[in-house]
Design a protein around this ligand. Structure first.
Ligand code: ZN
Length: 353
């Protein structure tokens, strides 16, 4: 129940992320602007940076005036004193704020109040989750709940507010529990690239994600078998094929352009056969933009390939117990953009592996 509330609060505060394609550039701009602003506030422990434009402001659960016994949530009035202004030409302290223009002072005061509220909320969430027993059975019962949890975890990661992967005090008890069995709610098929790690990206502790990693996020037969094991025997509800920006495997296959790559690398070309031909090339796009399209298309095609190659997965998807989704991870922003499988192509591309 606590976990549900936690997720609900985060989701309520993250409505703007529902369409990652539209929001990604705006967020990036906001992040850049954030770096230049003096009102940036940092929390000492855990170095939690609070983005000024973060949406948690709307969350109704933010405690404003009361402090429950044992709660770490700081009341709004106290938070600014605990906040440490980052090194900046014009710190948002009260004496200096009075020296600037009224509208500027107002803006700084608002930013400070907003940052304080976010810090208080983060402290409250950390406190709440610390009290929750991570070793208790998980409550994610369907693909939508699994997707909701992944999106919430990714938002925490993007905003520098990871929680579940920081509760090290529970590591020992969690290991002891998990040694008896596992029930990962999602399967993540992703690239071996060292710059991404699904547990961090989705802020999920041990036992929550069943991971298959290979360069280019192309599951081979054993990879598909691993997916089948997870959805059929472990009860995983969601299968995510997670590509990423600046993928070396996709780049290598694209640059080889059909010429055999050395060593065993030919197998990457085999796994991505048809990718170059099915990715539309726009004469106006840059090489980097085209690579983004290839990475996206590869995630979609590999997700489709899992369905095409697994009767077990297809059956579970058909009954609504499991969902398969492609997605792309942005190395710079940390944001995961979930994509959709083209409905028309379902089951049509059976021969591209
Ligand atoms: Zn890669």
């Amino acid at each position: 129940m606590l976990e549900f509330l936690f997720v609900a609060a985060l989701m309520a505060s993250s409505a703007h992320l529902e369409d990652p394609h539209k929001q990604a550039p705006a967020q990036h701009e906001a992040a850049k602007a954030e770096q230049a602003k003096p009102a940036k506030v940092e929390k000492k422990h855990g170095s939690v940076a609070v983005p000024e434009e973060a949406p948690a402001e709307k969350t109704k659960a933010v405690p404003k005036t009361t402090k429950k016994p044992g709660s770490a949530a700081a009341p709004e009035e106290e938070a600014p004193e605990k906040a440490k202004p980052a090194a900046a030409p014009r710190p948002a302290s009260k004496p200096k704020a009075a020296a600037v223009k009224p509208e500027e002072a107002k803006r700084l005061a608002e930013a400070e109040a907003r940052a304080s509220r976010l810090m208080a909320e983060n402290a409250r969430l950390q406190e709440a989750l610390a009290k929750k027993d991570l070793t208790a059975p998980i409550e994610i019962k369907n693909p939508l709940a699994a997707l909701t949890e992944l999106k919430a975890g990714n938002l925490r990661f993007v905003e520098g507010r990871r929680v579940r992967t920081l509760l090290t005090s529970q590591d020992s008890a969690l290991r002891e529990t998990l040694a008896k069995g596992q029930a990962p709610f999602a399967v993540i098929i992703t690239c071996s690239d060292s710059r991404l790690m699904d547990n961090f990206i989705f802020d999920q502790e041990l036992g929550r994600l069943f991971t298959i990693r290979e360069a280019g996020n192309c599951p081979d037969t054993q990879g598909v078998a691993s997916v089948e094991y997870a959805v059929e025997h472990l009860g995983s509800k969601l299968v995510v094929v997670l590509g990423h920006t600046a993928c070396g495997a996709v780049t290598a296959v694209a640059q080889a352009n059909g010429k055999p790559l050395p060593g065993n690398l030919w197998s990457l070309q085999a796994a991505m056969a048809g990718l170059l031909e099915t990715t539309h090339e726009d004469p106006n796009e840059s090489a980097a933009e085209h690579l983004r399209h290839l990475e996206k298309n590869n995630a979609v095609r590999q997700a489709q390939a899992v369905l095409d190659r697994s009767e077990i997965v297809r059956h579970l998807v058909g009954t609504g117990k499991v969902q398969v989704l492609p997605a792309v991870y942005d190395l710079a922003s940390g944001q995961v953009s979930f994509l959709e499988l083209p409905k028309a192509s379902k089951g049509e591309e059976k021969a591209h592996h």
